[in-house]
Design a protein around this ligand. Structure first.
Ligand SMILES: Nc1ncnc2c1ncn2[C@@H]1O[C@H](COP(=O)(O)OP(=O)(O)OP(=O)(O)O)[C@@H](O)[C@H]1O
Ligand SMILES: [Mg+2]
Length: 265
């Protein structure tokens, strides 16, 4: 596989706790994870196990209590300043008074000074890639939840970041559109290899997209298991019907079930 060398994301011994009702609750406990440049890694685990928290620590939105994160060999703040990190948050956070196209172009406009010499992607092309070519002039309030999520994906790619962090980006899509968007994302990633950290609750989605699947445990949030997905690329929807896919589905589902049952005890 043509994954280029070097760590895109390097998470080392990250611990994070929050104060809740006067007590400290450990949400991430000694989490270490490396995502190679050009590698696609999914994170799956019971609700509340700390997936979004981990993603936010990697994005630099919240600070870890201890441990370290490096992005393409730099600190998170340097990588963020250099626009190396693309983030698709769990909710799309589009500005309602701007059109879809303006929302996607916004990061470029507000960072005009930092853009010299950078590759910028065309907002219209990105929106077409993710099935919104017809909606450039619409406002977020005129879009469905799934369309807003796709606009947020296009926005995250506009700086052509080296690292893409995606938090359940397809959760509001119906099943058919979800299938289409997985393929669109895979096609796009295939020709624009980035280190991707992709949070999902869908086992087939994690298998379809990933090189590796990280299964998290809850209370405290930690990595329970890492499962390699050695299915050949490029992948198409035909992969769902293969024995290898079904075998992997069994493995991932039982790992997830074990963690979900423990989380409810
Ligand atoms: N700012 C915060 N203050 C206090 N507790 C928080 C904060 N952010 C998250 N938590 C808690 O940390 C835990 C992990 O939350 P997180 O959002 O990371 O879970 P998740 O795995 O993404 O869940 P889901 O699958 O439902 O999105 C939860 O118990 C949540 O209540
Ligand atoms: Mg979450």
């Amino acid at each position: 596989m043509s994954v280029s060398q070097g760590a895109g994301v390097e998470v080392r011994n990250v611990t994070k706790s929050f104060g809740v009702d006067g007590a400290r609750v450990t949400v991430l406990d000694d989490v270490s994870l490396t995502i190679g440049m050009g590698e696609f890694v999914s994170v799956i685990g019971p609700s509340g196990c700390g997936k979004s928290t981990l993603l936010k620590v990697v994005a630099g939105l919240i600070d870890a209590d201890s441990g370290s994160v490096t992005i393409d060999g730099e600190s998170v703040s340097a990588a963020s300043r250099d626009k190396k990190i693309g983030l698709v948050p769990q909710s799309p956070a589009l500005l309602p008074w701007k059109t879809v196209r303006e929302n996607v172009e916004l990061p470029v406009r507000v960072n005009r000074g930092a853009n010299s010499g950078r590759t910028l992607r065309d907002a219209g092309e990105l929106l077409s890639t993710f099935g919104l070519g017809h909606a450039l002039k619409k406002y977020p309030g005129q879009l469905s939840g799934g369309m807003q999520q796709r606009a947020a994906i296009a926005r995250a790619f506009v700086f052509d970041p080296a690292i893409m962090l995606m938090d359940e980006p397809f959760s509001a899509l119906d099943e058919m559109n979800r299938d289409l968007q997985r393929i669109a994302l895979l096609d796009f990633w295939q020709s624009n290899r980035k280190a991707v950290m992709f949070v999902t609750h869908s086992v087939p989605e994690a298998i379809m997209l990933s090189d590796r699947i990280v299964v998290m445990a809850a209370h405290p949030g930690r990595i329970a298991e890492v499962i390699d997905v050695n299915l050949p690329r490029p992948r198409t929807e035909d992969v769902y019907a293969t024995d290898e896919f079904r075998d992997l589905e069994g493995v991932v589902r039982s790992a997830l079930r074990a963690q979900t049952e423990k989380a409810h005890v």
